[in-house]
Every structure is written in structure tokens, then in C-alpha cells.
Design a protein. Structure first.
Length: 94
């Protein structure tokens, strides 16, 4: 997970995990979701999530917007309605 702006140092010092799970699959494709779990003590305001997807293509997205794709590396950014992650909360992106 990459975070920009003033939250970067706070994010690096805080606790978070990012998990992935497949929610459905079929021949030639699947639907998945990533969950950002934040256990820090100060709210995060604005986030970016970068990940590698080398042998697949991202064709639709919810709860985030794609801001870049270089090779198989995607970077997503929060939507306006989920930019803040409060302590002990999560954001799910799919």
C-alpha cells in the first residue's frame, strides 16, 4: 500500500494490512476484492493502493479509481466518499 501527502509518515508508523480474496470465478476470469484494515490511532486522510496483476486485466472497479497502470502494476486511489479511514476501520475495494 502506498499513501501520498501528509499521511505518508503516519501511515508508515501505523498498523495496517491489505488482504485479497476471490469472490467469484468462471472460465477465463474472476471477481476479487481487497480489504485495507487500519489499526492505527489517527485517521488516515487519502490513500493509494498499488499492486501487481501481471497476467490479468482490471476491467471494472468499485470503491476506488485507477490512477495508473504501468506494465502489470496498478495504482488505485480512494474515492471522495472513502478517503478517510478511521482507526480500527476498513475499506473494501473490488
Amino acid at each position: 500500500m502506498e499513501v501520498s501527502g501528509s499521511t505518508l509518515n503516519r501511515m508508515l508508523e501505523s498498523n495496517y494490512t491489505v488482504g485479497f480474496r476471490t469472490t467469484s470465478s468462471w472460465t477465463g476470469g474472476y471477481t476479487g476484492e481487497m480489504t485495507i484494515n487500519y489499526t492505527g490511532s489517527t485517521p488516515i486522510s487519502g490513500w493509494k493502493l498499488s499492486f501487481d496483476l501481471p497476467n490479468a486485466q482490471l476491467t471494472s472497479l468499485w470503491n476506488a479509481r485507477q490512477i495508473s497502470k504501468v506494465g502489470g502494476r496498478y495504482t488505485l486511489q480512494n474515492e471522495s466518499y472513502n478517503a478517510q479511514i478511521a482507526p480500527n476501520q476498513k475499506v473494501v475495494v473490488g
